[in-house]
Design a binder for this molecule. Structure first.
Ligand code: F0G
Length: 433
């Protein structure tokens, strides 16, 4: 967090060749060496305990910026944020203790940070409030993204708030119903691309370069600045006493990168004294990052992705390089879990009363697997991130509980009856005995 030569409070820097660019530079890659750019800010005046106190004071204030679980941490997100901020507000998500989920993973102390409690039902809102705020500030004529569904729903909502037209590219037939419904309802121009997410992303990048629309995928460094606040908020909820592990689902690897940056910032500013280890969890059918990890990241894999967890159905993650940095810097691990493991974890989270979307449950399934392998010890403190809301994917839920034959182990079959008390008695008799 060194100061910039330009005197601006935020700017961009290339991590590979150190080239500096202003905040207004609207492309995600370095013009000199094409690495993904990173955001930098002037260092905050306060550090350590004084900075922690500033964040805490804001919780009780009535100011619009302070009401947001993103903008409350603005010194580490976009320090000169002010009246032009596009906010719902977002963040302020709960850190839950769910004994049944904890038991299922084999841990004594699992805390679950539920990002499904954001305004559009996923963690994407934390990045989007920053991305759209910057887009508005630099006068973007339209914003765009490729998406497996959550980014598009979030972009559509924040673009509508900012009154900027939004264009989204989603894989035709592969987006969960709740996400597509949101994207349409918030008013984004929605392109159903006959291809997978990776094809959507390539097209969105090309469109942003040639058609002058502002790209708001997580390659955009300001999206990641917002997503860092998941970690800041979780640490704050733990009294800034870091857990041993933070587990999260991994797809395009923007969030894994943001978590690495957040932990670096938190340590450099004296907010925490020790860095938790990251555990990034992929679906087995969409596991290029997990494959790379198993070989010490000696090579970068690209796969044809297939998983029921459509949010993380990604074969060629855009933020691969910086996510490798995040795993290395935190002494982290990457693992993968089968769709059956994801669906069982989801059924456990759902039945706990918290509920989440399929991709979110990958973090819980991953924790169970890592505990089983002895990588995470049963006594260690773990925070697992649930990235999206249970209602994002009603289609999968109805298939799991009502249609799959034979029923999966945790299916909760409904019972159709005649409108008669005797029929109710019959059912009660069966389920109580
Ligand atoms: N969980 C959910 C619910 C997601 O929607 C995503 C990504 C991830 C986890 C993985 O995060 O990509 O930063 O590694 N969804 C993107 C989208 C790709 O388009 O909504 P990541």
């Amino acid at each position: 967090m060194s100061g910039s030569s330009t005197g601006a409070s935020s700017w961009q820097v290339c991590p590979r060749c150190s080239k500096e660019l202003p905040l207004s530079f609207a492309k995600s890659r370095c013009p000199a060496c094409s690495a993904l750019l990173e955001a930098r800010h002037r260092p905050p005046e306060r550090r350590g305990r004084a900075l922690r106190e500033l964040f805490a004071e804001r919780r009780g204030s009535g100011r619009v910026l302070d009401a947001s679980g993103v903008w409350r941490f603005r010194e580490l997100v976009l320090p000169d944020a002010g009246a032009g901020v596009v906010t719902h507000p977002e963040g302020n998500t709960p850190l839950l203790s769910l004994p049944a989920v904890s038991r299922w993973t084999g841990l004594a102390d699992l805390a679950v940070k539920h990002e499904g409690h954001n305004p559009t039902g996923s963690f994407k809102d934390r990045g989007m409030t920053v991305g759209v705020t910057v887009a508005k500030r630099i006068g973007a004529r339209a914003v765009a993204c490729a998406s497996t569904g959550n980014t598009s729903a979030s972009l559509a909502a924040y673009a509508a708030l900012a009154e900027i037209p939004a264009l989204v590219f989603v894989p035709a037939g592969q987006v969960a119903a709740g996400k597509l419904a949101q994207t349409l309802a918030y008013g984004a121009k929605t392109l159903l691309v006959r291809g997978d997410f990776d094809a959507c992303f390539a097209l969105a990048v090309e469109a942003s370069e040639k058609l002058n629309v502002h790209l708001l995928n997580s390659v955009n460094p300001f999206r990641l600045e917002g997503q860092k606040t998941i970690v800041f908020e979780a640490l704050e909820q733990l009294g800034w006493e870091p857990p041993d592990w933070i587990a999260l689902p991994a797809g395009n690897l923007g969030n894994t990168s943001a978590f690495g940056n957040a932990l670096r910032d938190a340590r450099d500013l004296g907010l925490i004294s020790r860095i938790p280890r990251l555990a990034a969890v992929q679906a087995e059918g969409a596991n290029p990052f997990a494959r790379g990890f198993r070989e010490g990241f000696a090579r970068r894999y690209r796969v044809k992705a297939e998983t029921a967890a459509t949010a993380i159905r990604i074969g060629d993650p855009a933020s691969h390089e910086r996510a490798v940095g995040a795993i290395r810097a935190t002494n982290g691990v990457v693992t993968d879990v089968t769709d059956d493991e994801i669906l069982e974890a989801k059924a456990v989270v759902d039945a706990s009363g918290a509920g989440c979307e399929p991709a979110s449950a990958a973090s819980i399934a991953g924790v169970k697997k890592l505990v089983g392998e002895g990588v995470i010890r049963p006594g260690e403190r773990v925070v697992a991130i649930l990235t999206g809301h249970i209602l994002k994917d009603p289609g999968l839920l109805l298939r799991y509980h009502m249609e799959s034959d034979p029923p999966p182990p945790r299916a909760n079959r409904p019972v159709e009856i005649e409108p008669a008390l005797s029929a109710v008695e019959n059912v009660l008799g069966r389920s109580v005995s």
